[in-house]
Write a protein that binds this ligand. Sequence first.
Ligand code: MSP
Length: 510
Amino acid sequence: MYLTTAIAYVNGKPHVGHAYELIVADAIARHHRLKGDAVFLSTGTDEHGLKIQKAARALTGNDDLTQLFVDSNALRFVELAELLNVSYDKFIRTTSKEHKNAVRKVWGIFQEKGLLYTSEYRGWYSVTDECLYTDEEVYDNTVSGFIIKCAKATQSVVEPYTEKNTFFKLSAFKDQLLEWYKTNPIFPENRANEIINIVSNDLRDLSVSRANVKWGIPVPDDESQTIYVWIDALTNYLTAIGWPDNPDWVNKWPAIHVIGKDILKFHSIYWPAILLALGLPLPKIVTHGWILDDSGRKQAKSEGNVVDPFEIVETFGIDALRFHLLSNISFGEDGCFGNESLTVSLNTLANNYGNLVNRILTFIHKNFNGYISYRLDKQTEVKYKEIIQAFDEYNFNQGISLAFESIARLNAKFQNAEPWNLIKTDRLGCLLYLQDILSEIIRVTITLQCIIPNATSKILDLLGYPEKYRQYDGDSIQMDDNNPYKGWERNAFERELSKLPKPQIVFRKI
Ligand code: MSP
């Protein structure tokens, strides 16, 4: 399985919207690895184009420093992926040599196949969207008494644009694209309607070179123009797996692209047409919604309303951020982001889950000197199968809520058993009760690994549960014949006891 995130523009530093996409893609990747699938996850940065050129010039005043500017911002995205414990296999940068070669190769194939021609484009350009619009696609927006032309689709400001460019015969792919949409390649499916409309009614050829953009990959045979940044950027999905030179790319392609809903047009019209031109199989597209600010606007650098994920992690921790984004947003929809709701999420983790683990482990240490044995059975109270199925369908919030229902039941079970009394009269009975609860905690923790990998790994260590048995197995947890934890034995003292490490607080509260 080849999974990708979009590659982020490096005109500024990452924000929580970028963090969200990384976390979603990582949760999907981890979930599938736990199922035993081979997963290759790529992420990276989109480093060419007018938007970057302008941002670099504004900051440095010197075009020679553009590469330095993108290097330093790209590093921040690498650091973010590391900070969030994103299990990526490749970080692809579009200013890398391997990528530039791949883009030139794509261009060469277009040329060979007669898919390029020269013409003039008259219309409007949005630097924010890196996208050309026609007269019909823009409107007059009145701001403080001034009329400003904006794109209808995104409300971003546009500038007049007249240039002689190279065009790609996008319209030639109309029928193939319409056939492809019938296979439901876009998730959620309701997002496809708008795209099908565009392709059915208004599919024009695409201008794929720019005369006024210096910061880009020069057009082969015409150094006065650079290749349109979206053609450059989309090709990253091929470069990341070694196309065209490393033959191993064949084993990974096609991809599943995790992207925000704002860039669906580029991924579901331009990109498949490029792939059809290259003669390659078409991908699947999974779109998520936006992280909004308090007043319901998309978090974006151009809006000046972004939240710094590094600061959030500093205050709340990685697990709280991951948990919050995946449990509070219904996948595909938009979600608000604020410190108050983040605090509620952290407290849910700490008070329900963290507290359960800590209480039981402290009790075992106090009363059994840290010695416990437990065995796992396929029979379980935890709705294992349902949780895994929810994650299969990207219903993270639903899976998490099922897991936390189990955690609540386990807390109640511990409380109702009153082990602190039971131990005075029935030591063995008390131990069996604790074994039961511990086994269930292991199970629920295994399902939460793709959501909060740091915390769950710590908890499974504290529970003494070996790393090699932390994968899923069908509708239960992995238990091959050698797993000493397989099967349920009521007599705890028949087998060797293991001493658990000293309990530690897993989730700090604020
Ligand atoms: N560079 C292009 C993508 C090229 S992919 C071949 C781009 N960059 S971006 O930095 O603007 O966005 C990168 C990803 O982050 C996109 O999928 C975008 O939808 C997502 N997000 C950016 N802001 C977002 C929010 N506020 N909320 C959620 N995701 C958003 O587009």
